[in-house]
Design a protein around this ligand. Structure first.
Ligand SMILES: Cc1ncc(COP(=O)(O)O)c(C=O)c1O
Length: 473
């Protein structure tokens, strides 16, 4: 039976909450993540299609045995991988409530629509972005960036791209990002039919920020060749190092050259709230479009991205298509007119709840604290023998290497070290490549992390490093 009685739903629901609460209780002493045993992986991958109905309690039991014990690990205080925060508990419950209500926030006269409008307004205030801009919650940063660039294409093309695609354009459009720009910018440029041949990855300076002189040179070279520069997609916090491109200088160039100024703030945009870094975001408010990602550094459960576009009408013009079966309700313009999705989940609810729980001040403190922790780890790396600090971005990402004297293949040493650390699961983080070197990368977007966790991290790495060294040297 698909429906449950309210009583059965209540009982099952309490069990679900108990499971999550018990998992939270084990976090401080438990591992960050544990390897999925072969038999569990096989059981999951090869589970046959269920033919007959099964009891909800049996299904929950199977989840408890096979799924729950093997998380990705990002609820844990020593998870520093990707840009994956723990989910704030209230926001986890908000997701349950959102699913329970199950509105489609395509638009229309129901509460979820007004909540999304309100939260978007709050976010513009937090980000110091124009309050009358168009905005939309999305699945994540990739789609937020895609939407921003889609509007750019609509505005900057000389012909009607909705009718003709790019077929009627006389000359190729050119987009600029830095060599450290996120891969989703390249994907967006490909999807929009601009093609990555016309994406220029501008070299970065010693701090991994876009070199604006080189940007200027590339724009002029492209014009000389008869191409049409149309957009700079700057980063307000790169995924590799947290570098923030010189936003004001880029905004000036965009203004002078008549280019669209897009800012990818998926990871770093909310760094504007931290006292240590707020000035670095000067110029972000000048962006024509801005992508942020509450499921990264606002501690909201996945999925939740967000895009803002200064010219709300351009946003609507890019996407609005109202078929006859959707013309009943004209209370306010529908969100579906401002983006790709028609049926949309109630993502705004988790941000609405969390912003009330923390307030602007609470967010300022948490984000600032993550940055302070990152500085603490940088200092520890600087003063710990056999470690080398590679990049100290302004936000909360630290890139470093285990670099004992006498080892001439540090890439292999660090790759092995990371493999061992990931297998053991006491902590979890990943690597990246900087200037051709493999580096360990720690990203702190975690309200559970303390200095003690960072001490553990370094001491543990030193210990594992000693073992691996014997194998590699
Ligand atoms: C700077 C930056 N931009 C965009 C993205 C893509 O966001 P998402 O993974 O939410 O699609 C990321 C993801 O890490 C990112 O760090």
């Amino acid at each position: 039976m698909v429906d449950l009685t309210p009583e059965a739903f209540r009982t099952l629901g309490y069990q679900v909450v108990d499971l999550l609460a018990n998992q939270m209780a084990t976090l401080p002493d438990g591992p960050c993540r544990r390897p999925v045993p072969d038999e569990v992986r096989d059981a999951l991958l090869e589970q046959p299609l269920p033919l007959e109905p099964q009891a909800s309690t049996d299904i929950l039991e199977r989840f408890t045995q096979l799924v729950l014990p093997y998380p990705m690990g990002n609820a844990h205080q020593r998870c520093f991988a990707g840009v994956n925060s723990p989910p704030a508990p209230l926001a986890v419950l908000a997701d349950l409530l959102a699913s329970g209500m199950n509105p489609s926030v395509a638009g229309g006269d129901h509460a979820a629509t007004y909540v999304e409008h309100a939260v978007l307004r709050w976010l513009t205030q937090l980000l110091k972005y124009p309050i009358d801009s168009g905005g939309l919650f999305t699945s994540g940063g990739s789609v937020a960036n895609l939407i921003g660039l889609a509007i750019m294409r609509h505005v900057k093309a000389t012909t009607n791209t909705r009718a003709n695609g790019l077929w009627a354009e006389a000359t190729p459009l050119v987009v600029y990002t830095s060599a450290q720009g996120h891969s989703c910018i390249e994907k967006a440029v490909e999807l929009l039919g601009i093609g990555h041949t016309y994406l220029r990855k501008i070299p970065v300076d010693a701090e991994y920020c876009m070199d604006v002189e080189k940007l200027r040179t590339h724009i002029h070279a492209d014009r000389t060749q008869g191409l049409r520069p149309v957009c700079v997609a700057a980063s307000a916090g790169t995924v590799n190092t947290g570098a923030i491109d010189p936003l004001n200088a880029i905004a000036d160039i965009c203004a002078a050259e008549d280019l669209w100024f897009h800012v990818d703030g998926a990871y770093g945009g909310v760094g504007i709230l931290a006292e240590q870094t707020t000035d670095l975001f000067n110029g972000m408010e000048r962006a024509d479009s801005l992508a942020i990602d509450p499921h990264k550094w606002m501690y909201v459960p996945i999925e939740c991205g967000c895009v803002f576009v200064r010219d709300a009408q351009a946003m609507r013009d890019t996407f609005s298509l109202i078929p006859p079966y959707l013309r009943d309700d004209t209370q306010m313009p529908w969100f579906a007119e401002f983006g790709i999705q028609q049926t949309r989940s109630f993502r705004a609810l988790k941000v609405w709840m969390l912003l009330q729980q923390l307030g602007e001040q609470g967010y300022r403190e948490l984000i600032s604290r993550d940055i302070t922790l990152a500085h603490y780890l940088q200092e520890r790396i600087r003063t710990t023998p056999n470690f080398e600090l590679i990049a100290t971005g302004p936000l909360s990402i630290i890139c470093f290497r285990y670099a004992p004297l006498g080892c001439n293949d540090l890439d292999t040493l660090n790759r092995r070290l990371l493999e061992r650390v990931q297998q053991e699961g006491h902590t979890f983080f990943t690597s990246t490549e900087l200037d051709g070197k493999l580096v360990l990368r720690v990203c702190i977007v975690n309200f559970r992390t303390t200095e003690a966790d960072l001490d553990f991290l370094l001491e543990y790495l030193a210990k594992v490093g000693l073992h691996i060294r014997k194998e590699v040297l």
